[in-house]
Every structure is written in structure tokens, then in C-alpha cells.
Design a protein around this ligand. Structure first.
Ligand code: HEC
Ligand code: HEC
Ligand code: HEC
Ligand code: HEC
Ligand code: HEC
Ligand code: HEC
Ligand code: HEC
Ligand code: HEC
Length: 454
């Protein structure tokens, strides 16, 4: 090989060898700021974050001083927080046969100025099975409970928007960083966690209407009508329940993993439900339905979900096609270079480009956009995800409603696309170029000024 040709090999190799460590150093640096996640250098936590993500951010009060034994904690807190002590007394932790109770210092520590709130690791010291399953869920990727905090604080719109607007994200996404989301403190009752009410504080609302779709289904209706009379202290196993609750289907046999059967992954993108990996997951679903239904019916219902998804994605791709056509002809109005960049996306100021669809990152770019892009975002994120959950949970009316909403959104997008073309052509004919909307738009609602205090 001549010297010149060798250079083509070692120059890229040397660049890669430098780039990889630099990339690792950059990620490490970006995560080492006062906040959490990839944007921790620009985002610092509100105090309440200490309660949602106690392992990282909790600061105990300094007003009470001393190292106390369990009975002292109980005695004093009986007066200060009687509800907490009463719940603890009613819990299994306080009434262990032939064992010392699991008391306040076991979860919080004994030195009042250095108290901690228990992270999953603290519970895991005694509950290795549940904690182990919980941690192990990470191998299914997101969405999953164990990765929920990371997903929220690593989402661009979490750092882009004013802090007061996004604090609520962490309340729901704290399911990853503490164990009292489903069996709440200080009763820690599995019977509570088995009921649908344990999940719907977080699993409701437009992008994930699990609450709405489940209670509209035959399962949810039976549980609502008869569930109060059931004995929820029985484990989630075949024969114990007439109709399934959320946990019966998603945490079957008490396994602390909700992502171990996931085929459609929140409905955000089209997947091939028949890959060999997905066929393994499907068998888990079928086995579960067969606790109460015939095998053929179980398979047919899941195939019905796949068909609903195929039709939904046909509609979404048609809308994406219209948007991509407008982008190619520079007809979005205001265009990508005429509107404010997101604070976390400074390079977009140099090479502005509208993001369309999942792979281009549109899920985190939906505020400073033109009307037609926002209309597509809503079709994709609300109408489509609503229809997915309705199909997954056997809420027939919800599927009809979701598809009607998608059809209406598509008609609106088509109408807007035609108007943008007509406008663009008229401007070209009149001035020889399109009008510049930048002056009107560059000071948008999520520009730098709004991040003050983030
Ligand atoms: C002499 C009374 C007293 C004793 C004993 C006591 N606490 Fe407290 N504790 C308090 C008071 C008062 C507060 C509320 C402080 C505040 O909100 O300003 C508190 C707050 C807490 C909090 C909330 C954390 C925080 O920073 O707000 C926890 C958890 C707690 N105590 C656990 C314990 C445990 C565990 C023990 C035993 C090791 C214990 N306490 C013993 C008086 C006591
Ligand atoms: C099995 C573990 C466990 C035990 C035992 C326990 N706690 Fe807690 N405690 C928790 C968890 C979990 C939280 C919620 C932490 C969070 O919000 O991140 C909590 C929160 C608290 C808080 C703050 C709650 C609030 O809503 O302001 C106080 C106060 C408290 N515990 C006191 C006590 C006292 C007193 C005892 C003993 C009677 C006790 N805890 C026993 C797990 C425990
Ligand atoms: C010091 C050990 C210890 C710690 C720490 C601990 N537990 Fe427990 N927990 C127990 C024991 C022992 C039982 C009784 C059942 C058993 O043996 O598993 C129990 C039972 C439970 C139960 C079943 C209660 C019932 O009514 O059947 C739940 C739920 C639970 N723990 C959750 C938690 C959570 C959540 C945490 C952390 C916030 C935690 N535990 C921390 C020892 C502990
Ligand atoms: C404190 C809030 C909270 C509670 C309570 C909660 N979840 Fe979740 N759940 C989340 C969040 C947040 C995510 C998404 C995490 C992410 O971004 O990866 C999620 C994700 C999921 C997923 C999606 C997994 C996938 O692969 O798509 C399922 C299924 C699920 N939860 C079921 C349940 C069930 C069943 C219950 C009740 C037993 C429950 N959750 C209770 C917050 C919660
Ligand atoms: C009411 C509770 C709740 C709130 C508030 C909430 N989330 Fe979520 N989030 C969820 C649930 C539940 C899921 C899982 C949905 C599923 O699998 O159906 C989820 C999924 C996600 C995902 C995974 C899907 C994806 O796009 O990759 C991300 C990221 C996310 N949320 C970020 C955020 C951010 C950022 C905020 C605040 C702006 C937020 N969430 C507010 C409950 C919530
Ligand atoms: C998404 C909801 C959810 C979260 C989060 C959750 N649990 Fe549970 N937990 C449940 C359900 C549902 C059951 C009842 C399972 C059954 O019927 O077998 C349960 C039962 C338990 C039990 C009792 C098991 C038995 O056989 O009696 C323990 C102990 C427990 N959980 C510990 C934990 C620990 C530790 C964490 C945090 C790592 C945690 N849980 C987080 C929903 C949850
Ligand atoms: C009859 C069993 C069943 C019940 C009951 C049930 N679900 Fe589901 N759920 C499903 C199926 C099946 C899917 C589709 C999963 C897939 O695509 O792999 C699903 C999807 C989900 C997803 C998205 C997970 C993903 O992989 O995309 C979440 C989150 C969810 N359900 C939460 C809940 C909540 C919360 C409840 C209770 C209010 C509930 N479910 C009740 C069967 C059930
Ligand atoms: C714990 C028992 C139980 C489990 C598990 C269960 N179901 Fe059901 N399901 C019922 C009962 C009870 C009914 C109402 C009576 C009926 O229509 O058979 C029902 C009704 C239905 C219906 C409405 C039936 C109709 O003819 O309109 C559908 C669809 C359905 N289930 C699908 C599923 C799917 C899919 C799964 C698995 C993901 C599943 N079920 C798991 C108990 C269960």
C-alpha cells in the first residue's frame, strides 16, 4: 500500500480513537451538573424533587436533633404525624410473627439530621426478589418503570420548557426511584397495588388513556361493579379473580416488571409484531389471556390489535408524507429557520430543519412549530395513542372515536397543506420569493428568556 492510501486508513482510525473518549467525557460532564440526566448542567431541581428522587436530592430537616430508637420515633411521631404511625401499625411491617418489626429506622435511618427516604435499594435489602425483577426490567428498554426517571429527565422538552411547567413529569416518572407508587406508604399493602386504582394516578390522560380505556372495557366494568366485594389479598394467579385488573395483566404472578410482554411499546412507532422476538412476547400474552379465555379467542384479539395498528399507521404515514412534501418545497409557514430554536438545540439555528415523525425526534419538538406540524403531532400523540390503548384494552367505542379523530385530523392537515401551497405559489408569483415570517415568530414562547431560573 502506498503512503497516501495508508493515510485513508489511519486518519479515520485516529479520529475515531479521539472521538470516542471525547464523547464519553462529554456525556459524563453533561450528567454531572446540579440536576439529573443529560441536561443536568442547565437544569437544577426544585426542592420537591427530593421527595420524588430521594436517592439523589433529598435533604432532611435540621430542626430535630438526635439519634433515636424505634420506640422514640414512634412516640414522638404519634403526636406529629399520627396518620403515618397508624398506617405503619396496621401494616405487615409492624406485625411480623416471631420477628422484630420493621420500624422507622430500618427505612429512614436513626440520626434525625441525616434521615433518608428509602430508595428501591433500601427496600431491596429485604425484598431481593421484587427489587431484582424491578432492576432487571431495564433489559426490555423503555417504556418501563425502572427507566422512567431517566426517560423523563433525558427528554429534551423536559429541559426546554420552564421548570414550573414540567415539574409534574417527575411525580409520575418517580415510579423508578421509589417503591411506594402502587403500595403506598406506610401501609405497604399488596391488596391496594392489585387494584386498578393503584395505577391510574399516572396512567390516564390523552397520551396514555389506560384508565379511560380499561374502565370502558368488559374487564373494567366487571371490576368496577363487583370488585369492592372481592378479596384483593389473594395473589394475582389463575382462579383467584373473575376479571383482570391492570396488575393482573401487566404484573402477572406478582412479577415486578411491566415491560416484559410489550409488543407495541406505547404505540409511538410502527413495529413488526411478528419478529421472532415478538412472537415470544406474544406467547406470554396468550398464556395470560388463557387464564380465563379460549386460546383461539386470545390469539384473535391480539391479531385484531395488530390490524388496528396497521390501519392507524397507514393514516399516519399519509399525513407524514404531506408534511415531508411541504418541507421539501420549503412551504412550511413559518419555516424552520423563521422560528425560535429550542434552547437545548442551539445548532438548529445554523441548520434549521423541521422534524417530522418519531425517528427525527418530533416527540420532543412540538412547541415552536407551525400549525400543520402541531396538527400532525396531536394526531400522532393523542388520537393515535388513544386508539392504540382502546384497541389494546378492548374498548370498542374508543377505537371508533380514535379513528374518527385521526380521519378528521388528516382532513385538516390536507386542507392546511393545500392552503400553504396556494399561499407559497401566490407569493412566488408576486415577489419572486416567499415572504419571511421570521420577524413575527422568532420571539416565541419557549425562547431563552423563558428558561431563566431553570
Ligand atoms: C422528638 C420528636 C421526634 C423524634 C423522636 C423523631 N422525629 Fe421525625 N420528625 C419530627 C418532626 C418535628 C418532624 C418534622 C420536621 C419539619 O417538618 O420541620 C420530623 C420529620 C421526620 C421525617 C420527614 C423528613 C423531613 O426531613 O421532613 C421523617 C422521615 C422522620 N421524621 C422520621 C423519623 C425517624 C425515623 C425517627 C426515629 C429515628 C424520628 N423521626 C424521630 C420529630 C421527631
Ligand atoms: C418500610 C419502610 C418504611 C418504614 C418502616 C417507615 N417509613 Fe416512613 N416513609 C417510607 C417511604 C417509602 C416514604 C416516602 C418517601 C418519598 O416520598 O420519597 C416515607 C415517608 C415518611 C415521612 C414523610 C412523609 C410525608 O408525606 O411527608 C415521614 C414523616 C415518615 N416516613 C415517618 C415515618 C415514621 C415515623 C415511621 C415509623 C412509625 C416510618 N416512617 C416508617 C418508608 C417507610
Ligand atoms: C428490614 C427489612 C425490610 C425492609 C427494609 C422493608 N421490608 Fe417490606 N417486609 C419485610 C418483611 C419481613 C415482610 C413480611 C413478609 C415477608 O417476609 O416477605 C415485609 C412485607 C412487605 C410487603 C407485604 C405486606 C403485606 O401486607 O403482605 C410489602 C408490600 C413490602 N414489605 C414492601 C416494602 C417496601 C416498598 C419497602 C421499602 C420502602 C420495604 N418493604 C422495606 C421486611 C422489610
Ligand atoms: C407513579 C406513577 C406510576 C404508577 C403508580 C404506575 N405507573 Fe406504569 N408507568 C409510569 C411511567 C412514568 C411509565 C413510562 C416510563 C418511561 O418513560 O419509560 C410507565 C410505564 C408503564 C408500562 C409501559 C411498559 C411498556 O413497555 O410500554 C406499563 C405496562 C405500566 N406502566 C403498567 C402499570 C401498572 C399495571 C401499574 C399499576 C399496578 C402502574 N403502571 C403504575 C408511571 C406509573
Ligand atoms: C400523569 C403522569 C405522567 C406525567 C405528568 C408525565 N408522564 Fe411521561 N409517561 C407517563 C406514562 C404512564 C408513560 C408510559 C406510557 C405507555 O407506555 O403507555 C409515559 C411515557 C413517557 C416517555 C416515554 C415515551 C417516549 O416518548 O419515549 C417519555 C420520554 C416521557 N413520558 C416523558 C415525560 C415528560 C418529559 C413529562 C413532562 C413534560 C412527562 N412525561 C409527564 C406518565 C406521565
Ligand atoms: C407498578 C406497581 C408496583 C410497584 C412500583 C412496586 N410494586 Fe410491589 N407489588 C405490586 C403488586 C401488584 C403486588 C401484588 C403481587 C401479587 O399479587 O402477587 C406487589 C407485591 C409486593 C410485595 C409482596 C409480595 C408477596 O408475595 O406478598 C412486596 C414485598 C413488594 N411488592 C415489594 C416491592 C418493592 C421492593 C418495590 C420497589 C422495587 C415495589 N414493590 C414496587 C405492585 C408494585
Ligand atoms: C386483559 C389484560 C389487560 C388489562 C386488564 C389491562 N391491560 Fe394494559 N395492555 C394489555 C395489552 C394486551 C396491551 C398491548 C400490549 C402490547 O402491545 O404488547 C396493553 C397495553 C398497555 C400499555 C402500553 C404498553 C405497551 O407495551 O405499549 C400500558 C401502559 C397499559 N396497558 C397500562 C394498563 C393499565 C394502567 C391498566 C389498568 C387501568 C391496564 N393496562 C389494563 C392488556 C391489559
Ligand atoms: C382473570 C380473567 C380474565 C383474563 C386474564 C382476561 N379476561 Fe377477558 N374477560 C374476562 C371476563 C370475565 C369477561 C366478561 C365475560 C365475557 O365476555 O367472557 C371478559 C371479556 C373480554 C372481552 C369482551 C368479550 C366480548 O365478547 O365482548 C374481550 C375482548 C377480552 N375479554 C379480551 C381479553 C384479552 C385479550 C385478554 C388477555 C390479554 C383477556 N381478556 C384476559 C376475564 C378475563
Amino acid at each position: 500500500m502506498s503512503g497516501g492510501r495508508v493515510r485513508y486508513v489511519w486518519v479515520p482510525v485516529a479520529l475515531v480513537l479521539v472521538a470516542i473518549p471525547l464523547g464519553l467525557v462529554y456525556v459524563h460532564w453533561s450528567k454531572s451538573g446540579p440536576g439529573a440526566g443529560l441536561y443536568s448542567q442547565v437544569w437544577s431541581p426544585d426542592p420537591v424533587q427530593g421527595w420524588w428522587d430521594p436517592g439523589r436530592f433529598f435533604q432532611p430537616v435540621q430542626g430535630v436533633q438526635g439519634v433515636f430508637a424505634a420506640d422514640q420515633c414512634i412516640q414522638c411521631h404519634e403526636a406529629i404525624t399520627p396518620g403515618i404511625v397508624a398506617d405503619w401499625r396496621a401494616s405487615r411491617h409492624a406485625r411480623l410473627a416471631e420477628k422484630e418489626p420493621v420500624a422507622c429506622p430500618d427505612c429512614h435511618g436513626a440520626d434525625h439530621q441525616r434521615l433518608h427516604l428509602p430508595t428501591p435499594e433500601v427496600c431491596g435489602a429485604c425484598h431481593a426478589k421484587q427489587h431484582g425483577d424491578f432492576q432487571d426490567e431495564a433489559r426490555y428498554g423503555f417504556p418501563s418503570h425502572v427507566l422512567a426517571m431517566e426517560r423523563a429527565v433525558d427528554a429534551k422538552h423536559f429541559a426546554d420548557k420552564p421548570k414550573a411547567e414540567v415539574q409534574a413529569c417527575v411525580q409520575c416518572h418517580s415510579v423508578a426511584t421509589k417503591c411506594d407508587s402502587c403500595h403506598t406508604r406506610h401501609r405497604f399493602d399488596p391488596a391496594e397495588a392489585r387494584r386498578p386504582e393503584a395505577c391510574i394516578t399516572c396512567h390516564s390522560g390523552p397520551p396514555h388513556p389506560d384508565d379511560e380505556t380499561y374502565f370502558a372495557s368488559a374487564h373494567g366494568r366487571i371490576v368496577r361493579e363487583e370488585g369492592d366485594a372481592w378479596d384483593w389479598s389473594k395473589p394475582l394467579a389463575k382462579g383467584n379473580y373473575k376479571a383482570p385488573s391492570c396488575a393482573y395483566c401487566h404484573m402477572d404472578r406478582g412479577r415486578h416488571q411491566v415491560a416484559d410482554k410489550s409488543l407495541w411499546k406505547f404505540g409511538l412507532l410502527e413495529v413488526n409484531p411478528q419478529t421472532s422476538g415478538n412472537r415470544v412476547l406474544r406467547e406470554r400474552w396468550v398464556a395470560l389471556c388463557m387464564d380465563c379465555h379460549a386460546e383461539g379467542q386470545s390469539r384473535d384479539w391480539l391479531a385484531g390489535l395488530d390490524r388496528e395498528r396497521k390501519v392507524a399507521w397507514g393514516k399516519l404515514y399519509a399525513a407524514e408524507g404531506l408534511l415531508k412534501g411541504l418541507r421539501a418545497d420549503d412551504l412550511l409557514h413559518p419555516g424552520p429557520s423563521e422560528r425560535p430554536t429550542y434552547p437545548m438545540d442551539a445548532p438548529d439555528g445554523l441548520m434549521a430543519r423541521a422534524r417530522i415523525g418519531y425517528y427525527e425526534g418530533q416527540a420532543s419538538a412540538f412547541y415552536n412549530v407551525s400549525g400543520i406540524e402541531r396538527a400532525y403531532f396531536e394526531m400522532w400523540y393523542f388520537d393515535n395513542l388513544g386508539s392504540y390503548k382502546a384497541a389494546a384494552h378492548n374498548d370498542a367505542e374508543g377505537v371508533t372515536r380514535g379513528h374518527a379523530a385521526m380521519d378528521k385530523a388528516f382532513a385538516n392537515i390536507q386542507f392546511q397543506a393545500e392552503a400553504l401551497r396556494t399561499l407559497g405559489e401566490a407569493e412566488q408569483a408576486r415577489d419572486g420569493h416567499r415572504s419571511n415570517a421570521g420577524d413575527l415568530w422568532l420571539a416565541g414562547p419557549y425562547t431563552e428568556a423563558n428558561r431563566v431560573g431553570n
